[in-house]
Structures are given as structure tokens and as C-alpha cells.
Design a protein around this ligand. Structure first.
Ligand code: URA
Length: 208
């Protein structure tokens, strides 16, 4: 399985706080952002760097910088927006591409109702963000869209993943690494991750 479970005491602690039934909107939103920030650190660990010469205070020195075009962060609407600021805290120069998906009532497959990509998608790493990887349908559809734009280096960052969704994404796109804070037990009959977080979009936005 192409999945990295981010084992870090702060990640475990913050995710546990989010699982509390009476977690307030403010607290859930804040924790989503904090977790996204911590997890982006891990997900960017293998970003390519290059050496360049920098004029330092004592003369020229060998320094390092991220190589190539800036990463594009890809929030999946709407819940993915809750993770955006946390990732931007770490990568403030990132470009943002946005994908919105809805279920086709006949095929039951996710179809795009909104997509706005930055330029040079074929030259940038892409980091998809969505708090919940449940059935995997939206994630696969988003990766399909990114690959159509020429993206070659794609990662997915989720807070909680279900084994069913991981399998679907891994089978469709074995080259895409999924980063998650937790691999939970299973999906229930309504497609919710158990134990999961409930409806992450509703909890981030305060809707019901
Ligand atoms: N989306 C959510 O917000 N929660 C789940 O458990 C599954 C999908």
C-alpha cells in the first residue's frame, strides 16, 4: 500500500481531540489547520532541492533551495479548504488549484462542477488536501483531473483514511502516496469513516 501514516505525538494528540463528539466548530477548525501544518512538514520531506551560491555576510556560501516550480496545493471543495491555511503556513509561496466534485445521480460517480488550475501543472508537484479519505471516489477523480493536466508528481494529504478508500486510490493510482494521520477501521453503510470524525465539512464550516 502506498500510504504513510504520520506517527507523531502532536499529530496523534490533536487528532484525538478532534474525535470528541462535542468538539466545537472553532476547535475543530483550529485543529484541522494545526494538523495540516504538521502533516505538510512530513509530506514535503522528499521535495527536491538544489545547491546554489548565496552571498552571505562572510562571503559566498553554498546554500539550498527547493528545486523547480512551486508546488500547487489542491483543496477538494469544500472540506479541503479547512486544511489550506495550515499547509500555506509552511509553503507560503504555493500556488492553489481548486477542484469541486459532485455525485452524478445516474452513475453515482463524482463529476467535476468546478476546476481552476494554475499554469504549468505539468512542471509542479501537486499536493491534494481533503480531511477524509472515505470511498476514495473524489480522490481518484481529482488525481484523474491532475494527470489530464500533465501532473506527474502527486501526493494526497488527508487527516483520516478508511482502508476501503486507500485500496481504491492505490489501485487506480499506485504512484500517488497518501499521507494520513490515521488509518481507521472501516466505512459504515452511509459512507462515514468509523470511528472517523463525523462530517468534517460540516464541522469545519459550522453547518449541519
Ligand atoms: N466525509 C466526511 O466528512 N466524513 C466521513 O466520515 C466520510 C466522508
Amino acid at each position: 500500500m502506498n500510504i504513510t501514516i504520520i506517527e507523531h505525538p502532536l499529530v496523534r494528540h490533536k487528532l484525538s481531540l478532534m474525535r470528541e463528539a462535542d468538539c466545537s466548530t472553532y476547535r475543530f477548525r483550529t485543529l484541522t489547520k494545526e494538523l495540516a501544518r504538521l502533516m505538510a512538514y512530513e509530506a514535503s520531506r522528499d521535495f527536491a532541492t538544489e545547491v546554489f551560491t548565496l552571498q552571505g555576510w562572510c562571503g559566498d556560501i553554498e546554500a539550498h533551495r527547493i528545486k523547480g516550480k512551486t508546488v500547487t496545493i489542491v483543496p477538494i471543495l469544500r472540506a479541503g479548504l479547512g486544511m489550506l491555511d495550515g499547509v500555506l503556513d509552511l509553503i507560503p509561496t504555493a500556488k492553489i488549484s481548486v477542484v469541486g466534485l459532485q455525485r452524478d445521480e445516474e452513475t453515482l460517480q463524482p463529476v467535476s462542477y468546478f476546476e481552476k488550475f494554475v499554469d504549468d501543472m505539468d512542471k509542479r508537484p501537486a499536493l491534494i488536501i481533503d480531511p477524509m479519505l472515505a470511498t476514495g471516489g473524489s480522490m481518484v477523480a481529482t488525481i484523474d483531473l491532475l494527470k489530464k493536466k500533465g501532473c506527474k508528481n502527486i501526493k494526497a494529504l488527508v487527516l483520516v483514511a478508511a482502508p476501503e478508500g486507500v485500496k481504491v486510490v492505490n489501485e487506480a493510482h499506485p504512484d500517488v502516496t497518501i499521507y494520513t494521520a490515521a488509518l481507521d477501521s472501516h466505512l459504515n453503510e452511509n459512507g462515514y469513516i468509523i470511528p472517523g470524525l463525523g462530517d468534517a465539512g460540516d464541522k469545519i464550516f459550522g453547518t449541519k
